[in-house]
Design a protein around this ligand. Structure first.
Ligand code: T46
Length: 132
C-alpha cells in the first residue's frame, strides 16, 4: 500500500520539544495546511479517497486511528506521536476514528481544496481503481 511513516525531526530540550517540518521531509510541495480538532470520540471522519491528492497526517495532540484501503488490503495505523507523519498517497481510501479527547490531526496537503478530486462512494472507488 502506498503509505509511509515519516519521521519528523525534533529538537529535544528538558523544557520541551520542537518538531520541525521542513520541505525536504515532505515528498511534495505543501499547498494547504488544515487541522481537525474538537472531534467527538464517536465521530468518523474521512470515508473517501482522492484521485490525485497526497497528504501527510500528524497527530499533533492525542490519538486517532486511520483505516486505509487500497482495494486489495486494509491497514489500520494509530497516530499518537507529534513527531510521526503518515504519508497517504492518492487513490487510497481512508477513515479516521477513535479520536481521543483533545486530539488534533494536522494535515499537510499537496493541493488546495478541490471537491472534484474526492471519491466519496466506496463502490465508485473500486470502479475507479479498476479503470486505472
Ligand atoms: C482527509 C481527511 C483527513 C473545505 O472547504 N476545505 C478543506 O480544505 C477541507 C479539508 C474541507 N472543506 C469542506 C468540505 C466539506 O464540506 O469541509 C467539509 C468537511 O470536509 P470532509 O467531509 O472532507 O472532512 P473530513 O474530515 O472527512 O476529511 C478531511 C479531508 O477532506 C480529507 O482529504 O483526508 O480530512
Amino acid at each position: 500500500m502506498n503509505i509511509k511513516i515519516i519521521d519528523i525531526p525534533k529538537i529535544e530540550r528538558p523544557e520541551g520539544n520542537i518538531g520541525v517540518v521542513q520541505k525536504e521531509v515532505i515528498p511534495f510541495d505543501i499547498k494547504r495546511v488544515y487541522y481537525l480538532f474538537d472531534v467527538p470520540s464517536s465521530a468518523k471522519r474521512g470515508g473517501h479517497a482522492h484521485k490525485s491528492l497526497s497528504q501527510v497526517l500528524i497527530a499533533l495532540s492525542g490519538s486517532f486511528d486511520v483505516v486505509l484501503k487500497d482495494g486489495n488490503s486494509t491497514q489500520t495505523i494509530t497516530l499518537n506521536k507529534p513527531d510521526k507523519g503518515l504519508l497517504i498517497d492518492s487513490t487510497i481510501w481512508r477513515e479516521l476514528e477513535n479520536f481521543s479527547s483533545g486530539a488534533v490531526c494536522l494535515v499537510l496537503a499537496s493541493a488546495i481544496y478541490n471537491e472534484n478530486d474526492y471519491i466519496r462512494d466506496f463502490d465508485e472507488f473500486i470502479q475507479y481503481l479498476n479503470n486505472l
